[in-house]
Design a protein around this ligand. Structure first.
Ligand SMILES: [Cu+2]
Length: 161
């Protein structure tokens, strides 16, 4: 009885795997690279962070939405507030995304990595994130814009302290 059952479960597993493999063989050649960048690894690794122009410059997310960023003061040692504002094409300030920010020093990647932090949305629809600048040098903040749980845009801004 026991033997028979395990034989059966192997057979079922085999069939399921067979289907899975067949599916892969059919799908992979067709969808190739795109599929792979989207699905494998974490979104973090696959993501390409588009380098941004300077503060207050328009950065288009798509045809209808752009954003700007700026700091509350010239970045220096200590706490600096990064502000992101999102606008419709017409120029209305809107808040259609969640934004995460991750600061670090590219020259010593990981040494001051803040990890992904949520921007806080103010009543004025400003997205705000405090950055802790602990060392002079070149800094980077990686921004991820999300619709629900899904990252829809990645961007990177750089500044010097
Ligand atoms: Cu450092």
């Amino acid at each position: 009885m026991r033997k028979k059952r395990s034989w059966l479960s192997w057979a079922i597993l085999g069939i399921l795997m067979g289907w899975g493999l067949a599916g892969n063989f059919i799908v992979l050649p067709v969808q190739a690279a795109q599929e792979r960048t989207v699905q494998t690894g974490s979104a973090e690794k696959a993501a390409v962070f588009k380098p941004l122009p300077g503060p207050k410059k328009k950065c288009w997310i798509d045809d209808t939405v752009y954003f700007t960023y700026e700091f509350n003061e010239k970045p220096k040692m200590g706490m600096v507030i990064l502000k992101v504002q999102i606008f419709s094409k017409k120029g209305d300030k809107i808040a259609p995304f969640l934004i995460k920010g991750r600061s670090d020093m590219p020259s010593m990647r990981g040494a001051h990595d803040s990890g992904d932090q949520d921007f806080k949305l103010s009543r004025r629809n400003d997205y705000l994130l405090p950055l802790n600048i602990v060392m002079p040098g070149d800094w980077e903040v990686r921004l991820t814009f999300l619709k629900g749980e899904t990252p829809v845009f990645h961007a990177s801004l750089a500044f010097h302290v």
